[in-house]
Design a protein around this ligand. Structure first.
Ligand code: AMP
Length: 425
C-alpha cells in the first residue's frame, strides 16, 4: 500500500514525499480512510507506530477541503489536539507543520512552564489547529484567550498517560467545553477501565484500530552492544568501519555538534562520511541523503530529528554512537535497517553514563542485547548493576541527564518560549 492509494490530496502527498515517507504504517493505513469519511476513532497505539501522522494527515485534509470548497466558519480554532507532555505537543506541532506545509493552515502549540506572551500573541493572529497540554489550555481559556466553540476535530492523545499524570480531571473539563457536534479521535496505548469508560462516553460509533507496539517489530535485526569509554568511541567507530561488510552505515548522534564532530574524526581517518542535521540547509540535507542512497557516501551521521523519514533501501548497519535516552527512539533508529524482512545489523556503543539508557531499552524490547567484548577498546566495567551507585556519586550529572531526557524527545522547548512563528509554508 502506498500513500497515493489513500485518496490524499496532492499538496499532502508532496509534503509526505518531502518527509521521505512512501508507505503508510499499519495504523495510518487503517485510520486515515475512516477519519476521512468522518468517523470517530478509537486507536489503541503507542508512540512509534506513526499514530501522529495517522490523525494529522486526515485532519489536515478535511480542514483544507473545508477551507477551499466548503463554507468555513469564521475565525475560531477548528482542531484541538490534547496531549499530556510538552515534548509530545512539540512533536505533534512539528508533524502538522511538516505534513501541512503546502496548505496554508495555521497551527500553534501551547504548554505550561514558559511565559504565555508568545502564545497569546500567536492566538490573536488566528489559529486553525491548536496543540495543547491540558493545564495551559484551561488557563488560557479561563483568561479568555481561547474559545473552543468552533472545534470540529478533537484528538485526545495518550489518554492513559493523562490518567497516570493526574490530568484526567482537566481533560474531562476541556471536553465539557467542546461543541457536541464534532469528530473525535481517541488514542491510548492501554485501556484501563477509566479510559475505556471515558472513550465510550465521548465517542460516537467509533472505528477501532489496534496496532502492535513497535517494540516487538525488530526481529530481523541483529543487535550488539559495545561497551566503550566515551573518549574511545571515535576509535572504535573507525575500527569497525574497516570491515568492508559494512556496506552502508547510518550513525546516530545525539546532538548536531556531536554529529559534525564524528564526521570530522572520520575524515581524519580518510573515511567518507557526511552529516545530516537541523543546522544544515534543506539542500545540503537532501544532497547528503541522496549521496548516501546512491552509495557515494558510505557513512551518514544523523541526529534523530534529521533522521525522521529517512528511508534507505538495503541499509546494512545502524550504529548508535550514543544511546538515546528515550528507549522508543532506539527502536526507531534500528528499524531503519532490516526493512521489509531484510536482515540488518545494529551496533550500539554504551559508555558508563549510558548504562541506564541501555537498561531502559532492554526493558522496552524485552531482549538482552548480546555484548561484543572482543574489541580493542573494551571497557572494563560492563555490569549494568552498578548504575545506581554511579548515579549516587554524581548527583549533578544525573540532574543534567534528567533535564536532557525531557528536552531531547521533541527538540528544545526553549525555542517555543520566544517569538514563535506559527505558520510555516
Ligand atoms: P509517532 O508514532 O507518531 O511518534 O511516529 C514515529 C516516527 O515515525 C516519527 O519519527 C515519524 O516521523 C515517523 N513516521 C510516521 N509515519 C511514517 C511513515 N509512513 N513512513 C516513515 N516514517 C514515518
Amino acid at each position: 500500500m502506498l500513500f497515493e492509494q489513500l485518496s490524499l490530496i496532492e499538496p499532502i502527498l508532496n509534503a509526505l514525499k518531502n518527509e521521505g515517507y512512501t508507505t503508510p504504517t499499519p495504523i495510518q493505513e487503517q485510520a486515515i480512510p475512516s477519519i476521512l469519511e468522518g468517523r470517530d476513532l478509537l486507536g489503541c497505539a503507542q508512540t512509534g507506530t506513526g499514530k501522529t501522522a495517522a490523525f494529522a494527515i486526515p485532519v489536515l485534509q478535511l480542514l483544507c477541503k473545508e477551507k477551499y470548497t466548503g463554507q468555513p466558519k469564521k475565525g475560531g480554532i477548528k482542531a484541538l489536539i490534547l496531549t499530556p507532555t510538552r515534548e509530545l505537543a512539540i512533536q505533534i506541532e512539528e508533524s502538522f507543520a511538516a505534513y501541512g506545509k503546502n496548505l496554508g493552515l495555521k497551527q500553534l502549540v501551547i504548554f505550561g512552564g514558559v511565559s504565555q506572551g508568545a502564545q497569546t500573541n500567536a492566538l490573536r493572529n488566528g489559529v486553525d489547529i491548536l496543540i495543547a497540554t491540558p493545564g495551559r489550555l484551561l488557563d488560557l481559556i479561563q483568561q479568555r484567550f481561547i474559545r473552543l466553540n468552533d472545534i470540529e476535530f478533537f484528538v485526545l492523545d495518550e489518554a492513559d498517560r493523562m490518567l497516570d499524570m493526574g490530568f484526567i480531571h482537566d481533560v474531562k473539563k476541556v471536553i465539557t467545553l467542546l461543541p457536541t457536534k464534532r469528530q473525535t479521535l481517541f488514542f491510548s496505548a492501554t485501556m484501563p477501565a477509566e479510559i475505556s469508560s471515558l472513550a465510550s462516553s465521548i465517542l460516537n460509533n467509533p472505528v477501532k484500530v489496534e496496532v502492535t507496539p513497535i517494540s516487538s517489530t525488530a526481529e530481523t535485526i541483529e543487535q550488539a552492544i559495545y561497551f566503550v569509554e566515551k573518549e574511545n568511541k571515535k576509535l572504535l567507530l573507525a575500527h569497525l568501519l574497516m570491515d568492508s561488510n559494512i556496506k552502508s552505515a547510518l550513525v546516530f548522534a545525539r546532538t548536531k555538534h556531536g554529529a559534525d564532530k564524528i564526521v570530522k574524526d572520520l575524515h581524519r581517518g580518510h573515511i567518507v562520511a557526511e552529516a545530516i542535521h537541523g543546522n544544515k540547509s534543506q539542500n545540503a540535507r537532501q544532497r547528503a541523503l541522496s549521496n548516501f542512497k546512491t552509495g557515494h557516501t558510505r557513512v551518514l551521521v544523523a541526529t534523530d530529528i534529521a533522521a525522521r523519514g529517512i528511508d534507505v533501501d538495503n541499509l546494512s548497519h545502524v550504529i548508535n554512537f550514543e544511546l538515546p535516552n528515550v528507549p522508543e527512539t532506539y527502536v526507531h533508529r534500528i528499524g531503519r535497517t532490516g526493512r521489509a524482512g531484510a536482515s540488518g545489523i545494529a551496533f550500539s556503543f554504551c559508555d558508563q553514563e549510558e548504562k541506564e539508557f541501555l537498561r531502559d531499552i532492554q526493558k522496552l524490547i524485552s531482549v538482552q542485547i548480546p555484548i561484543v567484548s572482543e574489541h580493542p577498546y573494551a571497557m572494563e566495567n560492563t555490569s549494568l548493576n552498578n548504575i545506581s551507585a554511579t548515579a549516587k556519586q554524581k548527583p549533578v550529572q544525573r540532574h543534567y541527564q534528567a533535564k536532557e531526557r525531557r528536552s531531547f524527545r521533541g527538540g528544545d522547548p526553549r525555542r517555543y518560549a520566544g517569538n514563535q512563528a506559527t505558520k510555516r509554508s
